[in-house]
Design a binder for this molecule. Structure first.
Ligand SMILES: Cc1ncc(C[n+]2csc(CCOP(=O)(O)OP(=O)(O)O)c2C)c(N)n1
Ligand SMILES: [Mg+2]
Length: 753
């Protein structure tokens, strides 16, 4: 059996050269597998990549340093093995190992400074965390789900790293979400250098700080990876990207995943990117490469990208059996490249330590791991009643009196529109707090500063951010790429450093690329880290229809998808004044907020208001009784407030006295106001612009039915859009979205029940 035939199993280039992933070559040749047909020609192999000349330089390490390097690698593996044993005994509940990745990770840790640099690792990075100073006990506390686990306090799976003191930011399970956050984290430092007042306010800011972020080969397929590289290179941020390429993403091999099978070739076109490749199972080569990569960032030359080939000697996780998709010979060849075996052999060959000494070291590590495991197992799990702790900030309560300056508010000036009053709110808050940065698509006045004085300025497609750049400078108000995940992901990273990003998603209809960051990251950061980290970002989002011509993709309002997310505040003002007060509360509170601005309400005469003072705030969860009545309660928000108001006036002529409650914030919402009103009127309608089924009204109606049943004289009625999309033709749009006549019809129906 020739080498080449067998290697087709792995991958062959057109010219017959081995791909650089093929650690397997020699080993595979020794075995005698059955002849296998060439792989299906679905993927055309890329032309053979030119081999890079191998860097021969070898870092000079003392004996103690060599032994320490080995010890940390071995400790990492031992911890994985211990976890595997404990999982088998049902004493832990999940296991995913860092086996095969240890050499490059200890090397990375040796080049970076814990508590000084910042870290966004992924689940294979056990050895990195150990090298940075995380203890075996700290790691095992997470495995057993202990309250004392410093990363998540018993809330996340093992190997979901986090350590406040070491600047390891809480990590999650979704592959790749860490990348844009790492960019945002580095960007906080970048902006601190540009904005004098920020320097003291960015958490642990250092002039030469570096941000580390890692990913697997499969994760490089995620769009956010490319978005992260784009921004890191564009801003020349000091981010070290480490791609730990073990050739597989669970069962999918790299050549299926990546065009040409080699991600570092694909990233070559990025400007300012320092690209390094290495055998990540060779500890000394890894160290040399990581030093160059980190050094490049530290000297502020821009981002570095390290492509480290590693192995995955165990299955993807304990829930996976790689024998189902990897041939024995391929697995055997991985074993030949085991980094621990290789480095151990080098140490004995070079006389750094003898076999006996090595064994002693291993025994000592085994003892340490066993002791840590015993201690972890004795550590209690979190009490059941803590389940909802830290969904929101435990310190800043935006529903409290502190955030209420509504009473007797002194208004001044000519009435302004909702756009005017939001814009004023942004100006006054940015003046007050230098940590606020505003970015998004088209939010700047003019990105090309040299033209700023020659033009009027854009300031947002709805002009809500007009003149912010002019007043506060381009370092605080700037345009993002046209990429919504980029906006929210970066904002989360900046918030981790203490900035206060107030970002704009241009249209609610296009929030979906950011949904992953919102649902899995933004809203979860505090809870999943047990309050170690948080992401108090404000997302301003124009929403809604009634635009005549807004059609399917400029009229959406699927808000219940967001109110269903714990940890996220959802605000939806219907007047200019409310928008101003609620925006201020959104900015000053310590939770992530989705701040919805109805496009149709932006410039209506009926919701204008003179200007409130600069400390005007409306607390969350405080509804407004827009119209007092005795016969029926309409619970509503957004564009349906005015429609309900007009319907109520018409109903009055028919002798029905309607009360209207504008919720103003949807999560939290003012249940007390609803209950008080329904107890008085005994009849309720929930009216909203969003479609009927599974909507926000269903939740409110269900709660009224279950908690106020005894007070009701009629079934709770919902008024909502049809269960379809908003059409372009005005006649169709009118039929789809709820109108005054629909509200009036519901009033008549419910009041006469
Ligand atoms: C967004 C997302 N999709 C799918 C998964 C399920 N998943 C977990 S790990 C993984 C493979 C990751 O492969 P790679 O990036 O190469 O890292 P490796 O595990 O090989 O180190 C997949 C598909 C996930 N966690 N997140
Ligand atoms: Mg992989």
């Amino acid at each position: 059996m020739s080498d080449t035939k067998v290697l087709r199993l792995v991958k062959r280039s057109e010219s017959g050269n081995l791909p650089e992933t093929a650690f397997t070559a020699k080993t595979v040749a020794k075995t005698e597998p059955k002849p296998v047909a060439a792989p299906a020609p679905a993927l055309k192999p890329a032309p053979a990549p030119a081999r890079q000349p191998k860097q021969k330089e070898r870092p000079r390490l003392s004996r103690a340093e060599m032994l320490k390097l080995y010890r940390t690698m071995y400790l990492s593996r031992r911890l994985d093995d211990k976890e595997i044993q404990m999982k088998g005994q049902n004493r832990i509940f999940f296991q995913i190992s860092g086996a095969g990745h240890e050499a490059i990770l200890v090397a990375a840790g040796m080049c970076l400074k814990p508590g000084y640099d910042w870290f966004y690792p992924y689940y294979r990075d056990r050895a990195l965390c150990l090298q940075l100073g995380m203890t075996p006990l700290e790691q095992l506390l997470q495995s057993v789900g202990a309250e004392a686990d410093p990363a998540s306090h018993g809330r996340q799976m093992p190997s979901h790293w986090g350590h406040k003191k070491l600047n390891i930011v809480s990590q999650s399970s979704p592959t790749g979400t860490q990348l844009l956050q790492a960019v945002g984290c580095a960007e906080a430092g970048y902006r601190a250098k540009l904005i004098k007042e920020l320097k003291k306010r960015v958490k642990n800011f250092r002039n030469d700080e570096v941000v580390y972020v890692s990913l697997g080969d499969g994760t490089s397929s995620e769009g956010e990876f490319w978005e992260a590289l784009n921004t890191a290179c564009n801003l020349k941020l000091p981010v070290v990207f480490l791609c730990e390429d073990n050739g597989y993403a669970i069962s999918v091999p790299v050549e299926v995943q990546t065009a040409g099978g080699d991600v570092s070739k694909l990233v070559r076109g990025f400007p300012n990117l320092f690209i390094q490749r290495c055998d990540g199972t060779d500890a000394l080569e890894s160290l040399a490469v990581m030093r160059r990569a980190v050094d490049n960032c530290r000297k502020n030359r821009g981002p570095s990208f390290v492509h480290a080939k590693v192995i995955r000697p165990y299955s993807h996780s304990l829930s996976d059996d790689e024998r189902l998709y990897r041939a024995d010979e391929e697995r055997a060849s991985d074993a030949e490249h085991d980094p621990i075996k290789r480095f151990g052999a080098l140490l004995t060959k070079e006389g750094v330590i003898d076999q006996e000494g090595l064994q002693k070291l291993k025994d000592e590590v085994a003892r340490e791991v066993n002791e840590a495991a015993d201690q972890a197992l004795a550590s209690p799990q979190p009490a059941a009643e803590t389940a909802t702790a830290f969904v929101y900030s435990p310190v800043v309560d935006p529903t409290s009196k502190e955030f209420d300056t509504e009473e007797n508010v002194q208004l001044s000036g000519n009435p302004g529109t909702m756009v005017d009053l939001i814009n004023r709110g942004l100006h006054t808050e940015m003046k007050r707090d230098p940590r606020i940065v505003v970015f998004g698509e088209d939010v700047a006045d003019c990105s090309r500063e040299e033209s700023l004085e020659k033009v009027k300025g854009k300031g947002g497609v709805f002009k809500v951010t007009a003149n912010l750049q002019r007043e506060f400078g381009s370092a605080r108000v700037f345009n993002s790429p046209l990429a919504e995940a980029n906006i929210v992901g970066r904002a989360i990273g900046m918030a981790a450093r203490g900035l206060k990003p107030v970002v704009e998603i241009q249209f609610f209809d296009y929030i979906w690329p950011a949904m992953h960051q919102i649902r899995n990251e933004l809203a979860l950061m505090r809870w999943r880290s047990g309050n170690e980290f948080s992401a108090p970002v404000v997302m301003r989002v124009p929403v809604g229809g009634y635009l005549k011509g807004g059609a399917v993709y400029h009229s959406q309002s699927g808000v219940s998808l967001f109110t269903q997310i714990p940890g996220l505040r959802v605000v939806y003002p219907s007047t200019a004044l409310d928008a101003n007060g609620l925006l201020r509360t959104s900015i000053r509170c310590d939770d992530p907020v989705l701040f919805l601005e109805h496009k149709h309400l932006y410039r209506q005469a009926y919701n204008k208001s003179p200007y409130p003072p600069d400390d005007f705030m409306i607390p969350f969860g405080k509804a407004k009784t827009v119209r007092a009545g005795t016969d029926i309660s309409i619970i509503t928000y957004g564009a349906l407030v005015q429609r309900s108001f007009v319907a109520a006036k018409k109903a009055e002529q028919q002798g029905v006295n309607v009360e209207i409650i504008d919720l103003r914030t949807m999560s939290p919402y003012d249940w007390d106001a609803i209950a008080e009103s329904v107890k008085k009127t005994s009849r309720a309608i929930v009216a909203h612009e969003d479609s009927l089924s599974f909507g926000y009204g269903a939740e409110i109606a269900a709660r009224i039915s279950s908690e106020l049943f005894e007070y009701l004289d009629a079934p709770v009625r919902r008024v909502a859009a049809l269960d379809t999309f908003v059409a372009y033709a005005p006649q169709l749009e009118d039929a789809i979205l709820p109108q005054v006549a629909d509200v009036l019809e519901a009033i008549v129906e419910v009041s006469s029940y």
